[in-house]
Design a protein. Structure first.
Length: 187
């Protein structure tokens, strides 16, 4: 669809994010319409996002290569393909998603290390009259595809606290953990 758009326009296209700054990212066209409403004239619907979370951003402007935002493609994959060592991210925010707080729903997001911990916290909140939702998926691919839908659903359903179970810190799980830690920092 993007190539067809570029062919039809016959020029370059500038395409910023299709959501309001700092809020939960859209994964389907309806999210964009709900978020931006009358402020946009047209939304192209190419179907749901294939991965669910944003892409990896790599900075190659210095003597080192750094991942500024983790995504589906990991530092290890980049190093394996290129033979280049990837340095730890440092320095000021200079790419989308690098701020401490980002990707946040209206609900408070709390991070948990296991489903058991999330269930215990849910029970404590329920006993206090606080509405909660557990966000957890066994595999990283499903988690990435569902994460923003889960966060949006919490807001639609008036959930006060989202209890997010952190996936293992490897592969796609690293990117999911990044998004969840930034969503929780907005509280």
């Amino acid at each position: 669809m993007t190539l067809a758009l570029l062919d039809a326009v016959g020029d370059a296209v500038v395409a910023p994010s299709a959501n309001r700054f700092g809020q939960v990212s859209p994964t389907i066209a309806k999210h964009v319409i709900n978020d931006l409403g009358e402020s946009v004239d047209l939304v192209l619907d190419g179907g749901p996002c294939a991965i669910g979370i944003e892409s990896t951003i790599v900075e190659c402007t210095d003597s080192s290569v750094q991942i500024l935002r983790p995504g589906k493609i990991t530092a290890l994959e980049i190093a394996t393909i290129t033979g280049i060592t990837i340095s730890e991210m440092d320095g000021p925010s200079r790419a989308s998603g690098m701020l401490l707080a980002h990707y946040a729903p209206k609900a408070k997001v709390e991070l948990t290390s296991s489903i058991n911990e999330a269930q215990e916290r849910r029970d404590q909140y329920t006993n206090s009259g606080v509405t909660t939702q557990i966000v957890h998926h066994e595999d990283a691919v499903t988690y990435a595809l569902s994460l923003y839908d889960d966060l949006r659903a919490a807001d639609i359903n008036g959930i006060e606290v989202v209890l997010a179970v952190l996936p293992p810190d490897e592969g796609l799980g690293t990117a999911i953990r990044d998004r969840l830690s930034k969503a929780s920092a907005s509280n």
